[in-house]
Design a protein around this ligand. Structure first.
Ligand SMILES: Cc1ncc(COP(=O)(O)O)c(C=O)c1O
Length: 219
């Protein structure tokens, strides 16, 4: 199947999950994860009506955002503080802010470009040592500190549950954290589990392989 057909199928599945959950289909934004995909694949998806794309590497995001300025580019990868400057001004939303030093750098760079950078705070819901994300108990303090930064707007939370575990309890705990902090967005759910994420309240799902197929190997 081609990219347009895959996209239509994913949208259909989003619609079905929304109706199971008693939600309107337009309450979930689909971010097509184009990491590792050539710009031609992105252009095909864009022509089929997809406007939001997700990238994991700062330089790749920058290059693709320059090649397709009409799209909304989302940064969803681990972000080194020294790469913040590459992302600010190119990413409509940074999903993976997980520490104060990174938030401060994003704010400084956004301020320098006279813009407000929209961000989500990434949460390490599975407490995995090798993964990014703030620990749940640190979130309230981080959120309060980030709210003091003038050029950032924190809109919600993001997570990647541990591979091989039932994602539902992790999605649920992210939703509870979001509610407690009074935020709006919940970025959760990938190709294997976006329907469960929608049932648990996702407002943004990040779907790659179900749209583009397997990613070409990165070398
Ligand atoms: C943070 C994040 N979200 C979503 C995806 C998309 O995953 P999938 O291709 O399983 O849909 C990826 C893929 O690398 C990712 O890193």
């Amino acid at each position: 199947m081609g990219i347009a057909e895959n996209l239509a199928r994913v949208q259909e599945r989003i619609g079905a999950a929304c109706s199971r959950a008693g939600r309107e289909a337009d309450t979930v934004e689909l971010v097509a994860v184009s990491k590792g995909q050539p710009i031609e694949a992105v252009l095909l998806a864009f022509a089929a009506g997809q406007t939001a794309f997700g990238e994991n590497y700062a330089q790749e995001l920058h290059e693709k955002a320059d090649a397709l300025t009409e799209a909304d580019w989302h940064f969803i990868g681990a972000l080194q503080t020294n790469k913040a400057k590459i992302v600010v001004g190119h990413a409509a939303l940074v999903h993976t802010c997980d520490r104060l030093a990174l938030a401060q750098e994003l704010s400084k760079r956004a301020s320098g470009k006279n813009l407000t950078q929209r961000i989500l705070l990434e949460v390490n819901v599975g407490r995995e040592p090798q993964k990014g994300g703030a620990l749940p108990e640190d979130l309230e303090g981080l959120c309060a500190a980030v709210r003091e930064l003038e050029a950032l707007r924190c809109e919600g939370l993001m997570c990647i549950p541990p591979a091989g575990e039932d994602p539902r309890p992790h999605f649920r705990s992210l939703r509870e954290l979001r509610d407690r902090l009074g935020l709006r967005e919940l970025s959760m759910g990938m190709s294997a589990d976006f329907e469960v994420a929608i049932e648990e309240g996702a407002t943004i799902v990040r779907v790659g392989t179900a749209i583009f197929g397997e990613r070409p190997r990165r070398n």
